[in-house]
Structures are given as C-alpha cells and as structure tokens.
Design a protein around this ligand. Structure first.
Ligand SMILES: CC(C)(COP(=O)(O)OP(=O)(O)OC[C@H]1O[C@@H](n2cnc3c(N)ncnc32)[C@H](O)[C@@H]1OP(=O)(O)O)[C@@H](O)C(=O)NCCC(=O)NCCS
Length: 178
C-alpha cells in the first residue's frame, strides 16, 4: 500500500462491528496517517487497549484521577454516543490516545497523550487531525481543547489560538452544595 505523506491522511477503512458486535453500533473505523517514521493507524478505542493506555497516561503524568481516566471511565466514554475516543497504534500496539466530545454544537478535546518514546513523530498531530475530521463529519464548525498543558506550540501549529481560560469545579458535589 502507498505510504501517506508525512502529516497527511491516509485511507479510511471499516472493520466490522464495534463493541462486541452489539446491535446498532458503528463499525470500527481505521484511518492511516503519515508520520516522520512511517504510518500510524488511528482507530476507535477497544476494551483491550485499557492497560496500554493507562501506561501511556501514567508515563505522561496524566493519570492523577483514575476515576475519570481509568479503565472504567474509558469504557463509559467508549459507550457514550457524544464522545470520541481514538487510539493510535503502531504494529498493533497503542502509542497514543485522544478523548473528546461533540454536543451537537461545539467540539472539545479533553486529552491527548502520546507515549513518550514516540513523541515528536507526528502521532499527536495525526490524532488531533483525525478527531477534527470526525467532529466535522458530525457537524462541528470549531474545535477547542480544555487542557493544552505546556504544549502551546503543538496546538498553535495545528491552528488553535489561546482564548479564555476555563474554570473547573472538582468535585461536582461542591457545586450542588447542600
Ligand atoms: C503534546 C503531545 C500530545 C504532542 O504529541 P506529539 O506526537 O509529540 O506531537 P507531534 O509530533 O505531532 O508534534 C507536531 C509539532 O508540534 C510541536 N510540538 C510538539 N511537542 C512539542 C513540545 N514538547 N515542545 C515544543 N513544540 C512541540 C512541534 O512543532 C512539532 O513538530 P516538530 O516535531 O516537527 O518540531 C505529546 O507531547 C504528549 O503526549 N505530551 C504529554 C501529554 C500532554 O501534554 N498532552 C497535551 C495536553 S492534553
């Protein structure tokens, strides 16, 4: 198969039923994106990814809240129709992930994480571009990221511009009060 040019897409394939063949769910989609070293496959999350993804998040110090980042949360996100949960894999091994959501009006990326030894190869960009493509297909006209972290250069190169800061209440019980 012809290799996609660096930073460019790819080919998109459908790979049979997602989530144990449950009725009414979409097939797994697989997209190929060119990176500096070859090709990365970007597809929907699968249950078997959990351990590898937790290891990536831990390595990037993004696993501070297992309740919202751990395997149970991953399964819930994967089952949520508004969510997008992408995994980048090389030779069958997950090397990155992206989670986001489109609420029918606005699209938002919550987290992107690439295994440290595979960073600066174009994998993070491929994940964000594939997410943008999927969100646009659903109707999104813009795309935001909640936690750009210390990597503003990464986001700026992908056309994101810093606007307002967001505020977070953690835990939600404190908002409800009582
Ligand atoms: C941020 C992150 C997702 C980027 O993924 P990546 O695969 O390394 O990024 P890419 O290879 O696609 O980078 C594309 C361009 O963005 C810029 N960039 C990426 N990481 C950068 C960094 N640490 N410092 C400066 N520029 C950076 C560069 O211009 C880079 O191109 P170049 O390598 O040719 O110079 C990855 O570094 C990561 O997982 N970091 C830890 C977790 C994190 O902070 N996530 C973001 C908040 S949710």
């Amino acid at each position: 198969m012809k290799r996609p040019r660096t930073g460019g897409q790819r080919e998109t394939l459908s790979l049979g039923p997602h989530r144990s063949g449950a009725p009414g769910v979409s097939p797994v989609r697989l997209s190929l994106w060119g990176t500096k070293e070859g090709t990365v496959r970007i597809r929907d999350f699968q249950e078997t990814d959990c351990d590898a993804l937790v290891a990536i998040l831990r390595a990037n110090l993004q696993y501070g809240d297992p309740e919202s980042e751990g395997p149970e949360a991953m399964r819930r996100v994967s089952a949520c129709p508004a969510a997008l949960f992408l995994v980048a894999e090389e030779e069958g091994i997950p090397v990155g992930l992206l989670r986001g959501v489109y609420d029918g009006s606005k699209a938002l990326i919550h987290i992107v994480s690439v295994r440290p030894d595979r960073q600066r190869q174009g994998i993070g960009s491929a994940l964000v571009r594939e997410a943008a493509r999927r969100f646009r297909e659903r109707g999104a006209r813009s795309l935001a990221v909640t936690v750009p972290g210390d990597n503003l250069a990464f986001w700026k190169r992908l056309s994101f511009r810093l606007t307002t800061r967001i505020m977070v209440a953690h835990r939600i019980d404190e908002v409800i009060g009582g």
